[in-house]
Ligand binder design. Structure first.
Ligand code: PHE
Length: 339
């Protein structure tokens, strides 16, 4: 029995020494110390050994088991360390290699303009609303004093869905909706997409407008101009100049067109502003009392003004964008230049 134990110790020690990976090591453990391993079997058979030998053999068997377990553990540690070292060698990081640049996103120039304009309006006490892009002919035209066959309908080439439903041609539809939604006095601004059957380098079938509407008692053209001047200062700085020209819209009376200092040449005159130093900014005017009455607002008590800047042109001019389509193409080469 002693000899057998010595044999087991010798064999297992050799095998452990030669083991090259964790799997083989585990097989060795099972072979000697597993449930039906060689050593386990001897330990289990102790009861059959004559009592006078049992103590000595038992202590040898236990010491053999301890030795085998210790060598198994040492070998396991050695193999794991070797594997870790090999992995680290393989995954060496070259800290001198140039870093991969992080691609940064950026807001679209239209979004930036939108955000800025909305911020200015909110500071001035406007409520921001959004109204549908698919509208009734009534809200887009009739309620704005543009009956069927009115020549003003030719000013806006409309995209109809049915005889009475169309893609809104302007955000002035928000005026009609707001007059029904709010009780005067109120100030609303409505940003949004509008649609017209128009397509060349400076016109796109989709473009963006803002609609602003102020309804209160005793509102005059003077209030309107003062507010516009403040807005332009906040948008373009203290030195901005504004120019007012007469215009015509069926829903405002009088109607005006407002120009602001050209942001490219700062008023000196350039090819974009055709040497005038001004660029067209938006149309607006005093709300036609007819519109108020149609919406059920007492035009003797209340008056108001409305204006509707188109923002695509301003964004094109200030960013020197030659074709309006670039704004809608989602081309990364273009967007990257708009940081
Ligand atoms: N809706 C007009 C347009 O699209 C602009 C406008 C808005 C004019 C508000 C007067 C008042 O041209």
């Amino acid at each position: 029995m002693k000899q057998k134990l010595a044999q087991i110790l010798e064999n297992s020690t050799k095998e452990i020494e030669l083991a090259q990976d964790l799997k083989i090591l585990d097989e060795i453990r099972i072979k000697y110390c597993g449930k039906s391993g060689e050593l386990t079997q001897i330990l289990r058979g102790m009861k059959d050994i004559p009592a006078e030998e049992r103590k000595e053999i038992g202590s040898i068997a236990n010491s053999v088991r301890e030795k085998i377990e210790k060598s198994l553990e040492d070998k396991l540690n050695a193999l794991e360390t070797a594997k870790l070292n090999a992995d680290m060698e393989k995954e060496k990081i070259d800290i001198t290699e140039p870093a991969i640049g992080v691609k940064r996103g950026t807001l679209h120039p239209l979004t930036r303009f939108n955000n800025k304009f909305i911020e200015i309006c909110v500071e001035m006490g406007f409520t921001v609303i959004q109204t549908p892009e698919i509208e009734t002919d009534y809200n887009n035209f009739e309620a704005l004093n543009v009956p069927k066959n009115h020549p003003a309908r030719d000013m806006q080439d409309s995209l109809y869905i049915t005889d009475s439903i169309l893609m809104r041609t302007h955000t002035s539809t928000a005026q009609v909706r707001a007059m029904k939604m709010f009780k005067p006095p109120f100030k609303i601004v409505c940003p949004g997409r509008v649609y017209r059957n128009d397509d060349d380098s400076s016109h796109s079938p989709i473009f963006n407008q803002f609609e602003a509407l102020v309804i209160d008692e005793n509102v005059s053209l003077k209030d309107f101009m003062a507010m516009i001047k403040q807005m332009l200062i906040k948008l373009y700085g203290e030195n901005v100049k504004m120019r007012v020209r007469p215009a015509y819209f069926p829903f405002t009376e009088p109607s005006i067109e407002i120009d602001a200092t050209c942001q490219i040449c700062q008023g000196k005159g350039c090819s974009l502003c055709k040497g005038t130093g001004f660029s067209e900014f938006f149309g607006g005017g005093i709300v036609n009392p007819k519109i108020l009455e149609m919406a059920g607002i007492d035009s003797k008590k209340y008056s108001g003004f409305a204006f509707g800047p188109g923002i695509d042109r301003s964004v094109m001019v200030t960013n020197k964008i030659p074709n309006i389509k670039y704004l809608f193409r989602n081309d990364l080469r273009f967007l990257k230049q708009m940081r």
